[in-house]
Design a protein around this ligand. Sequence first.
Ligand SMILES: Cc1ncc(COP(=O)(O)O)c(C=O)c1O
Length: 479
Amino acid sequence: MNKRESILQALSELQQEDLNPKGGNVWAYVYDSGLPEAEKVAKEAHNMFMNHNGLDFTVFPSLLRLENNIVAEIAELFSDDPASIAGTFTSGGTESIILAVKAARDYASEHNPTITTPEIILPTTAHAAFHKAAHYLGINTVIIPVNNTTFKVDSNEMEKAITPNTIMLIGSSVNYSHGVSDPIPELSLLAEKYGIWLHVDACIGGFLLAYYKKLGHPVIDFDFNLPGVSSLSVDLHKYAFTPKGASVILYRDKQLRKYQYYTCTNWSGYPVVNTTIQSTKAGGPLAACWATLKYIGDDGYKKLAETIWQAKQEITQYFMMLDDLYILGEPEASLLAIGSDTIDIFQLADEMKKSGWYIQVQPGDSITQPSIHLTITPVNRIDDFFQGLNKGINQVKSHPRESLKNDVISLLKDNDVPSEMLPTLLHAAGVKADGSLPSEMASINELLHLLPHEVTSEAFLYITNQLFTPTKSFTKGVE
Ligand SMILES: Cc1ncc(COP(=O)(O)O)c(C=O)c1O
């Protein structure tokens, strides 16, 4: 075997440890259009641009043209006046969100210099990326609980939380955990009334909702046609089925987008003009995204959206017939949260994994009930999945696992776990000393549900710090 072959073989062997992201068995994280030709053209486009550097768009003007074209096409989905919309191509939803929060912060500091401790107001269902943005950018978060039946925020509660320090309101269309939209038209009115920036997180739902609308399916108003919306994030590496590393952050106009940019001419090297967080930026994802958008095209996206719409109807009917599992809220796009009052859904996820299906656990906490998250894509083999689920439910009912609940409750002091007890608990849940996780995750997910989030954050820091340990012993045949 030559060097090239042995390297590729080693990589392929490594992948055997993973779930196959293709073929519809993984109901989260991956978005497979089921169109191999679209993937092929994306790979070719990626390879053509993998050495191009978006750091300097004067040296690689092709990247500037590709980006401007993508933003123009996406803006058309979210505004009746797309020519006035400005935007930027980014590496993903989190980067789009961090940039929007930075823009709102810098806008506020110029227009409202009296604000020294900026705050953003967000529902509990807003994506973790907003917490991360606030953490990175030195901004306080004000978190508003959502209704525990609809999983939508009440705009009156958002209004009550507004203070002179509020720089941004956030709503999702749709949120990740329950797949429902916040009342964006009402949030838009609030944004106008108080003159506050409103960001709509349409990272996961936006593209699909725009196509549902084109197809005539009912969709709430959530875009720039509402006058209070200042910015909107939409990921293309989700329901536009482009390779990963593709999102767009849109602004009502260039005047708002300006606050997202960063420039530095105050050092000894080349002038830095960064439109995004990255400086050196691979051209591959941008070219692959452009190629996918062109290849699938408007008609292709309509077909994919209709397939997902139909699948959602079918899955909804199925859960209505089940005794043990039910859908939480009324999902609007393609994401479902599934709850149970009768069976252990942590164990169900493990049982499904044993038979080759990945369903994602949302552990919840003392307020939010645990649920299973399902991301519907065009390739999910729904009948097979239902069969797998029925088998899993029977297995959980006939062989229930032992819960850690009583152990945890006996350890809790004032709703907290003494820090010295954490390693013992993690060990009881199956975490090994080197941080590696057990194949069955039910006990860990149960701990996540039972313990306060400060404690679980600490546990994750510990586990992750252990897992990322440099290692020389890799795989046979590759030096
Ligand atoms: C609503 C929402 N916002 C933001 C994100 C973050 O996107 P990314 O994982 O691309 O950073 C996600 C990811 O699923 C999401 O669902």
